[in-house]
Design a protein around this ligand. Structure first.
Ligand code: BGC
Length: 367
């Protein structure tokens, strides 16, 4: 573990955070900068919480509160008629301009529900750790998110990779159940509790093939995003036999040498290389399972992917599925995003989960 990379990651995230409180997905990458994804940023906020930077996380959560309250009419309409909302695209976005200009015409597959589920969990965990309490507008925003997820969870939507069309994805169900479960536990909300149970039922009956979770309903393929069903550990639990078979399949099919997963076999985005965030999730699973040797190997591998400035990329072009596609994407969108804030977040989360991170934050004077 590089103590330096912990400090660099915290500083990078702090400097990249917009005045609005939003975290951009990446710096120096035209397709991502200027936008904040609920998914990426909610893990970033969680990483900041775990690193003692509660104030930064609080500013992000306040931005989400403002964003959700500004979308109240849209949310209420979608809750009242989910089919209509989906068919009209009258749904929340997966990514918002970091300065809150919701009028921006963003041609992006924006109907994605996992990010909001992850936010709900991250928000409640933040309050639990002594961060900004869930009251007033914040409580209202969380309630809106819970109602929206409760009404729309079974609507087909894009998964976290934003490529495979609108389907029902177990990884997305897992993220929604995670958020609703946290909300139900905190508020005692019975609807959230009942929906969590329904999603668990759907996962078990419609989200599996041959005893393992699948990439999407009806598919036989595996995807490393299914690691989300193991961590954070709330939906099924690491000991669940279906999760264990899923993990074994990910290790067999997607992990080349024990610590660097590809997303899925048919991935061709920048050739479909090895993803730093997924390595973080795999290490997090191992850390929670008490497999600390493997978890430390994951952390070390992540650290090795940093450039001279200490910046982590989104993915690296090793063990690519389709080498001919690397340059196609470089020409289309430029070199691979680096630094990607989510990669840094996963480094911080794994370092903390391993409990080896010395509290090596910058001295207050340098902040
Ligand atoms: C990934 C998403 C991510 C986004 C911003 C996309 O390429 O597939 O998971 O949220 O980049 O980092």
């Amino acid at each position: 573990m590089s103590a330096g990379l912990v400090a660099t990651s915290i500083e990078l995230i702090r400097n990249a955070q917009a005045d609005s409180g939003a975290y951009p997905a990446a710096c120096n990458y035209p397709t991502y900068e200027g936008f904040c994804w609920f998914r990426d940023a909610s893990y970033v906020a969680h990483a900041m919480d775990r690193s003692g930077e509660l104030e930064s996380a609080a500013r992000y959560h306040a931005w989400v509160t403002r964003t959700l309250l500004s979308e109240r009419t849209r949310i209420e309409a979608a809750v009242a008629d989910p089919d209509h909302a989906r068919s009209r695209g009258a749904v929340l976005r997966a990514r918002y301009p970091i300065e809150g200009r919701t009028t921006v015409d963003d041609r992006w597959p924006n109907f994605q529900l996992d990010g909001l589920g992850t936010w709900l969990w991250s928000r409640l965990d933040h309050a639990r750790r002594g961060g900004r309490p869930l009251a007033g507008d914040d409580a209202e925003a969380a309630a809106l998110a819970a109602r929206y997820l409760g009404a729309l969870w079974d609507q087909p939507n894009f998964d976290c990779w934003e490529e495979a069309g609108e389907r029902r994805h177990p990884s997305t169900w897992g993220a929604i159940a995670l958020g609703l479960h946290a909300y139900a536990e905190t508020s005692g909300d019975r609807n959230a509790m009942a929906t969590t149970a329904q999603i668990q039922g759907a996962l078990a009956s419609r989200g599996t093939h041959d005893g393992a979770f699948t990439k999407h309903e009806g598919s036989h393929a595996i995807d490393a995003n299914l690691l989300w069903l193991g961590v954070p550990d709330a939906v099924f639990g690491l000991a669940d036999p279906t999760f264990q078979r899923t993990l074994a399949q990910i290790e067999r099919e997607l992990v080349a040498d024990g610590h660097d997963p590809n997303r899925y076999r048919a991935d061709t985005f920048y050739g479909g290389g090895e993803w730093v965030v997924l390595n973080g999730f795999l290490g997090w699973v191992y850390a929670c399972q008490g497999r600390s040797v493997e978890a430390r190997r994951c952390l070390a591998w992540m650290g090795e992917q940093a450039n001279a400035a200490g910046h982590l990329p989104e993915q690296v072009s090793t063990n690519v599925n389709d080498p001919s596609m690397v340059n196609v994407w470089v020409e289309r969108w430029g070199p691979i995003a680096q630094p990607l804030l989510w990669s840094h977040a996963m480094y911080l989360i794994l370092a903390d989960a391993l409990n080896v991170a010395p509290r090596d934050r910058l001295p207050p004077a340098a902040r």
